[in-house]
Ligand binder design. Structure first.
Ligand code: GTP
Ligand code: MG
Length: 136
């Protein structure tokens, strides 16, 4: 099976959607949450996490937004969780995301799109090391 790094972004936490979103993840057959923490991210952690976007016009606002309140970081483990969580989240732009997906159901603004989920096995390995370095 696979592991993915998920972040419930500050908008999701502020709006009281932690339970709603985690509930959707929990209801997927055979998936399990194997680590979970509420924490406020610092600039250094976010630079590691979103380094691929450095220099893009949305980078600085994204960094500010991601530090605007606590996030919930979690590790999800199970069958094809990487692809599955991206499907559950929906595409980056919540207006383009289908109803039924997390971004499609709850989002309108591209920056405030509620959830991050690793986009590949390589990203998952890299991101898990940033957020849960103690994980074996
Ligand atoms: P993450 O799971 O957060 O990584 O989202 P993603 O993989 O769907 O998108 P991507 O990695 O390309 O971008 C990271 C984040 O930057 C997105 O979730 C958005 O919040 C923000 N972002 C990406 N593209 C744009 C854009 O064109 N405009 C704005 N305002 N924000 C963007
Ligand atoms: Mg991404």
């Amino acid at each position: 099976s696979q592991r993915s790094l998920v972040l419930l972004k500050p908008d999701a936490v502020r709006r009281g959607l932690i339970g709603e979103i985690i509930g959707r993840i929990e209801r997927k057959a055979g998936w399990a949450i194997t680590a979970l923490e509420l924490r406020t991210l610092d600039q250094d952690t976010l630079e590691q996490h979103y380094g691929e976007h450095k220099g893009k016009p949305f980078y600085e606002p994204l960094m500010g937004f991601m530090q605007s309140g606590p996030v919930v970081a979690l590790v999800v483990e199970g069958e094809r969780v990487i692809e599955g969580l991206r499907t559950l989240a929906g595409p980056t732009d919540p207006i383009a995301a289908a109803p039924g997906s997390i971004r499609g159901d709850f989002g309108t603004i591209v920056r405030e799109n509620l959830i991050h989920a690793s986009d590949s096995e390589e990203s998952a390995t890299r991101e898990l090391k940033i957020f849960f370095p103690g994980l074996v």
